[in-house]
Design a protein around this ligand. Structure first.
Ligand code: MEV
Length: 312
């Protein structure tokens, strides 16, 4: 048995978080500058893990490791490997619980490292099913978007459980800012469900509205219309706020980005904490918006250039 290696990366959801759980489409972008790397080596003894969150026997890991633990167990069962004699390491720079897909990226890197260790390449459906084992533990009813986006190398259009590559001709920069507050995806998914129960008509209109924004944004991305994409981001933020998945810290960051000249800004991912994204035209604007975001409380800021990505 060789030392297996696996990688996956962060993602941002540009449009459609939460609405995607209720059947609407979503657009996600891979952020490959932020990665997770896992290794799985043959070491006789307990099944162990070494990571920034926990180091020791996997069986004794605290609750915070329950999603990766479930993924490891399910993957070993699928590969027909015993739950011992493996030392796993996980390192990465995807911040934990910030809406950037860290749980799916860690799961993806683990699944790939274990499959590589066993010398058994997995087909895509099996990979996604195993990553989703962890996503279910992490937040109950995952749409499957994060599992796909953290494995994709191109922008993703995700609808009805199916991911496809999204062609874009847009040139812009996405500024990603970490509020420093942990996102609460499971809780936020519950907040949306309860909004839909309490206000069925308004709730359905908001979910459909978020879906319509994703459809419109796909056209804007294909036609290189960054200001329209930005406007739709800000509209989406208003809808997400009404659904109860923003937070005071996120609202402050969105307002700061807009005041500094962003074309649009919104939360990304599960919300109620985590990150905001702001769209700007170029690196100079990204610097100005990044500075404003830091002044407004962001603890980390990344620039993610968006370039044309077409098949031709
Ligand atoms: C979390 O990154 C995205 C959500 O839409 C949940 C999901 O799609 O499973 C909030």
């Amino acid at each position: 048995l060789r030392t297996g290696r696996g990688v996956a990366h962060a993602k941002v959801i540009l449009f459609g978080e939460h609405a995607v759980v209720h059947g609407e489409p979503a657009i996600a972008l891979p952020i490959d500058a932020l990665g997770v790397h896992a290794t799985a080596a043959h070491v006789p003894g307990d099944l162990t893990v070494r990571s920034s969150l926990y180091t020791g026997p996997l069986a004794d890991a605290p609750d915070l490791m329950s999603a990766p633990r479930a993924v490891v167990h399910a993957t070993l069962d699928r590969l027909g490997l015993p739950h011992r004699d493996i030392a796993i390491t996980v390192i990465g720079d995807v911040p934990h619980a910030r809406g950037l897909g860290s749980s799916a990226a860690v799961a993806g890197a683990l699944v790939r490292a274990l499959a590589d260790h066993a010398g058994q390449p997995l087909d895509e459906a099996t990979y996604l099913e195993l990553v989703d084992v962890g996503e279910k533990v992490a937040h109950g009813t995952p749409s499957g978007l994060d599992a796909r986006a953290t494995a994709a190398s191109q922008p993703v259009w995700f609808e009805a459980g199916v991911a496809r590559r999204l062609a874009t001709r847009m040139t812009a920069v996405l500024v990603v800012a970490d509020s420093g507050h942990a996102g609460r995806t499971r809780h936020a998914v519950g907040s949306v469900a309860s909004f839909l129960e309490r206000h069925p008509v308004r709730g359905a209109a908001l979910i459909a509205g978020l879906g319509a924004l994703a459809h419109g944004a796909a056209l804007d991305l294909a036609a290189d219309r960054p200001s329209q994409v930005g406007e739709k981001m800000t509209t989406a933020q208003g809808m997400l706020r009404e659904l109860g998945v923003s937070s005071p810290e996120l609202d402050v960051l969105v307002d700061a980005a807009m005041a500094a000249g962003a074309l649009g800004a919104k939360l990304t991912g599960g919300g109620q904490g985590g990150c905001v994204i702001a769209l700007v035209r170029d690196v100079a604007e990204a610097d100005a918006v990044g500075t404003a975001l830091r002044a407004a409380g962001a603890v980390a800021v990344w620039h993610h250039p968006i370039g044309p990505d077409t098949e031709d």
